[in-house]
Design a protein around this ligand. Structure first.
Ligand SMILES: C[S@@+](CC[C@H](N)C(=O)[O-])C[C@H]1O[C@@H](n2cnc3c(N)ncnc32)[C@H](O)[C@@H]1O
Length: 378
C-alpha cells in the first residue's frame, strides 16, 4: 500500500469509504482501483483482527499482511512487561504498532520506527484509536541509521519480503539479526522477537534469557531478553504464564503405559523442557523415540493435553483396525508427530468407514515401528 492510500484511508473521507463495507466497494466500478484495493485490504485486516479478539478491531488500520507480522495482544503485553524498569523504549521496527501500543499502554514513552511509510500512517492512526498518541513518537526511518539512547529497545525484524519467508535465516532478517548488538550497546534492556525456527546456536549466541512463547498450543516466537542472566531456555505458556525450564536431567521411559497419555505443548518441546513437564506431572516417556508422556495418575497441567488411554497396540493395520471396529469405533482424531501418513490415509488403512463412535488415535514412534494409542481427551 502506498503512503498516499494509507493517508486517505485514515482521513474522514476514508472512514466514510470504509463504512460502505466490502461488498459495496467490490461492486463500485467507478472507484479508483488502487483505493479500492487498499480499502478492501484494510477491511480484511479488521475482520481477521476481530476474529483474533483484538480490541477496537473494527476501527483499526491494518492489512492481513501486517496483521500476520504483528504480535498478538497477549504476547505484546508480555513484551511490554519485560521493560518494567524502563521509562523510554525504542520500538525498532514498529509495523502497524501492536507492540508500540502495548508499551505505551504500560506507561512507557515510546519512539516507534519503521521504514514503511504506509505502515507508519496506520500505526499513528491506531495509537489515536487507543488514545495513546501522546505516548508515542513515530519516525519513518531505517533504524540502523539512527543514534540515540533509550532505557530499552524492542526489536522485531521482518522475516519475510513480498513473497519469501526466511524465518530460519537470521542474516536475511531486515534489519539483520546482528543489529541487536548495536541496540544493546545503547539500550540496557533489549528484547527481540525472533522465529523459533532459528537454530539453537544462533539463539544461544545472543546471550540473555531465551523464552519460547506459546499461545493456543502454538510455539509463536523465540523471545530473547538481553540484559538478563541467560539461564536454561524456557517455555512460557500464555495466558497462564506457566514456565518450564530446560534441564539436562534424564527423562525416564515408562516400563509400560499408564492409564493416561500427555501430549506436550510444542513450546515445551522446542525449549527442551520435556523432563520438567514429566517431573511436574509424574509422567515418563511412553517410548524413547517420541515425545509423548504417560502417567498412572491424571494430573492436569497447562503444559500438556491429557488423554485417558483405552489401549496401546502395535500399529498393525489389520489387528488395530479389527480392534477398533469391534469396539464400535468408526471415526478417529489422528495425532502424530512422525508418522508419515495423513489422517484420511490412516482411516483407509485401518478399514474405518466413518460409522460408529469417535476415538483419538495417537501414533507413537517406537524404534522402527509404531504404537497405536487409542484414547479419549479429558
Ligand atoms: C515483523 S514487522 C513488526 C511488527 C510489529 N512488532 C507489530 O507487532 O505490529 C517488521 C517491520 O520491520 C520493518 N523494517 C524492516 N527493516 C527496517 C529497518 N531497517 N528499519 C526500520 N524498520 C524496518 C518492516 O517495514 C516491518 O514493518
Amino acid at each position: 500500500m502506498t503512503e498516499e492510500t494509507a493517508a486517505f484511508l485514515v482521513s474522514e473521507a476514508g472512514a466514510a469509504l470504509l463504512a460502505r463495507g466490502a461488498r459495496a466497494l467490490t461492486n463500485d466500478r467507478a472507484l479508483d482501483p488502487v483505493l479500492r484495493a487498499g480499502a478492501l485490504a484494510t477491511l480484511e485486516g479488521r475482520e481477521r483482527a476481530a476474529r483474533r479478539g483484538w480490541k477496537h478491531a473494527d476501527q483499526l488500520f491494518l492489512t492481513a499482511d501486517s496483521l500476520a507480522q504483528a504480535s498478538s495482544e497477549g504476547i505484546a503485553a508480555f513484551h511490554a512487561q519485560c521493560f518494567a524498569s524502563c521509562e523510554t523504549v525504542l520500538d525498532a521496527c514498529c509495523g502497524v504498532g501492536r507492540d508500540a501500543l502495548a508499551l505505551a499502554a504500560a506507561g512507557k514513552q515510546v519512539t516507534a520506527v519503521d521504514t514503511d511509510p504506509a505502515r507508519l500512517v496506520f500505526a499513528r492512526a491506531n495509537a489515536a484509536v487507543y488514545g495513546l498518541s501522546e505516548r508515542i513518537t513515530f519516525l519513518c526511518a531505517d533504524v540502523t541509521t539512527l543514534s540515540g539512547r533509550f532505557d530499552g529497545a524492542f526489536f522485531d525484524p521482518a522475516r519475510r519480503d513480498g513473497t519469501t519467508r526466511f524465518s530460519a535465516d537470521a542474516e536475511r532478517y531486515q534489519p539483520a539479526l546482528s543489529f541487536i548488538q548495536e541496540l544493546q550497546a545503547r539500550c540496557p534492556v533489549t528484547v527481540a522477537k525472533l522465529s523459533p525456527a532459528l537454530p539453537d546456536e544462533t539463539l544461544a549466541s545472543l546471550g540473555g534469557e531465551l523464552l519460547f512463547l506459546s499461545e493456543e498450543r502454538t510455539c509463536k516466537e523465540a523471545c530473547v531478553v538481553l540484559g538478563r542472566e541467560p539461564g536454561p531456555p524456557q517455555a512460557l505458556l500464555l495466558p497462564q504464564g506457566e514456565r518450564y525450564a530446560a534441564t539436562d536431567e534424564p527423562l525416564a521411559v515408562a516400563g509400560e503405559p499408564g492409564a493416561f497419555l500427555l501430549d506436550p505443548d510444542p513450546a515445551i518441546l522446542r525449549a527442551g523442557a520435556l523432563t520438567t513437564l514429566a517431573q511436574r506431572t509424574g509422567a515418563a516417556l511412553l517410548s524413547p523415540d517420541d515425545a509423548y508422556l504417560t502417567a498412572t495418575e491424571a494430573l492436569p497441567d497447562p503444559g500438556a493435553r491429557l488423554y485417558a488411554i483405552r489401549t496401546v497396540l502395535p500399529y498393525r493395520e489389520r489387528t488395530l483396525g479389527r480392534w477398533l471396529r469391534e469396539q464400535g469405533v468408526g471415526r478417529l482424531v489422528v495425532k502424530k508427530r512422525r508418522y508419515p501418513k495423513e489422517p484420511d490415509a490412516v482411516h483407509k488403512e485401518l478399514g474405518l468407514k466413518g460409522k460408529g463412535s469417535e476415538a483419538t488415535l495417537v501414533i507413537v514412534a517406537d524404534g522402527k515401528s509404531w504404537l497405536g494409542v487409542v484414547c479419549d481427551p479429558l
